[in-house]
Design a protein around this ligand. Sequence first.
Ligand code: ADP
Length: 688
Amino acid sequence: MTERIILLCLVCFLAGLVVVFYRLNKRLQDEVAERKKTEGERIDSEERLRTLINAMPDIVCFKDAEGRWLEANAFDLQLFQLEGVDYRGKKDSELAAFSRFYRQAFLCCEESDEVAWSKGCVSRSDEIIPRPDGSAKVFDIIKVPTFDQQGRRKGLIVVGRDITERKQIEQKLETDRNYLKVLFEYGGSGHLIVSSERIIVQVNQQFCEMLGYTEQELLGQSVRMLHIDEQHYLDWAPRFIQARNGVTHLRAEHPSLRKDGSIIWCVFTGVRLTLPDGDQGVVWSVIDISDRKQVEVELLQAKEAAEAANRAKSEFLANMSHEIRTPMNGVIGMAHLLGATELSREQEQYLANIESSANSLITLIGDILDLSRIEAGKLELEQVNFSLRKMLDELLAGQQFSISQKKLAVQVAIPDNVPDILWGDQLRTRQIVLNLLGNAIKFTEQGGITISTTLVAHRDNKALICLSVSDTGVGMSAALLERIFAPFEQADNSTTRKYGGSGLGLAICCRLVELMGGRIWAESQEGEGSTFHVELSFGVPDQSTIQQQRNGGEADSETVSRSLAILLAEDNPISTEFIVKLLARLGHQVTAVVNGLEALEQVAQQQFDIVLMDIQMPVLGGDAAASIIRRQEQQRGGHIPIIALTAHAMDDERTRLLEQGFDAHVAKPVDVTVLLAELKRLTGTDHE
Ligand code: ADP
């Protein structure tokens, strides 16, 4: 029994032993399989790592504690020309033998490894690695020393990245930055950078100097402090917004307030700028233009002074001509009266000379007065209906004496398509053509003169007409042609001596034509004659208007010849004598008084057909007397025509007098024809 038990126990023990053995064996087999698997995975992982490292475009190198190369990637080997070299286990100094070009680089490397070891932590440096083709590359080299637990050197990992391109970009950026800085600081203008809130962010030295502040005083301040007042600051806002919105070439001049309270004028040119914090600001480039502004102010003052001088000149000329006209009144009047007395032949000749000189003088005065009137802007245009053909006929008739004296042939060419009746300033048109005709006669010794008219354009009731005066006279050089429309311009002194004249005629024509909205020009060659053209625009009245005028004209022409009772109020005895004798010769009854008060007394006592009233008289002036007469007429009715006689020939004077109740204005010295024409118009009496 015991043996059985022992046997059973033994069998059980053996069976247990077998199970244990089996389990141990199984575990061993599993462990071996597991280890094999892990080993395989490790090898795979190492393989992947090596492939990865090899594929990297960076330097990767592992060294042991003594600096011997353990592993290097393809990029590293290729860079240092170590491809195919058994580099493992070799130090840099040994590898230097394989590459002549990089010998020095390897030796330096050993030194920098030592630095990394001694620092005991990651060290980083930019290394310049020359290339055999002469170029160089910059590498960002990182060295990582590793140590075991006892602090002993274990290995060194070296990685390096090619940063040549980045370095180049950085360098360019640096250069640009420097360039911009130099421009900002020393670019020749002030610079001011402001934020979107118009706060000063940056200024340069020049701007500070312009405004008299230091940089510290300006930075962080509102630009309000630079504006002359609050309104100016607000007014400037739209410009700032425009600049901030990217309007390019935004340029404006404006005054700025300096620290000392003085004003500086600057040109501001603004460009949008994104500030480092992303805010949209504006950079202003500022140029000091105070000097230019000063010159502008001086120019303006000079211009105003010149204009004032010109006005003074015009006024002086007008006054002078007035002063000369008064004695001339006497000279011409007396000559006229003298001509009506018994004279010897010699005396007649002297008288003719006096009249001719007086007429030249009066023409010159008239010209000067005309020019000063135009230049002072005091000439007003008149619009009337007139016949162009009749006007030209009359003009020629007036010049017939000089024309026949020189035996010149005259032709007038007016095509049928040129309207006969025109609406415009007949007086000025006449004056212009008369001037051109006068010159043509004056400068032509033989041959002839042609006056022609051309219809340039005719639309609606407007006609553009070109009036041309050609002659076969002395002609003009090209140089003279350029100057003739300027005042006082003549060919040369000999011309003045030979032909006379003031050189004002064409200047007046030119200004009149400009005033009438037309143009004037001349064509000429020395010795080949001249042609002057005047292009003017006229209105063309319709037939019914023309007919009405004709009827009116016919009624007008029904004048009678009768003796008039005339009151003359004039304080100048010579003028009085002249006018009294002139009118008496025509059969009129003239009562002469010497001031306005006497004139009023006479009007109260007697019935007059017309009053001739001088303006400047002692006791009571002519204009005051006329006003009183008109007031009296308002109460008792009636209207006595009053003609103002005055040496003031300006248009505005004439308008003033007509407004005061005068019916007409006759300039002194009295032109007999003009006076008689006014008498005829106002009384219906014909003297012819
Ligand atoms: P003036 O009173 O001297 O004639 P104008 O202004 O009428 O002044 O003319 C200026 C100058 O132009 C004249 O002096 C003359 O030299 C030149 N000129 C004008 N018209 C003619 C012309 N028909 N033929 C030649 N020269 C002329």
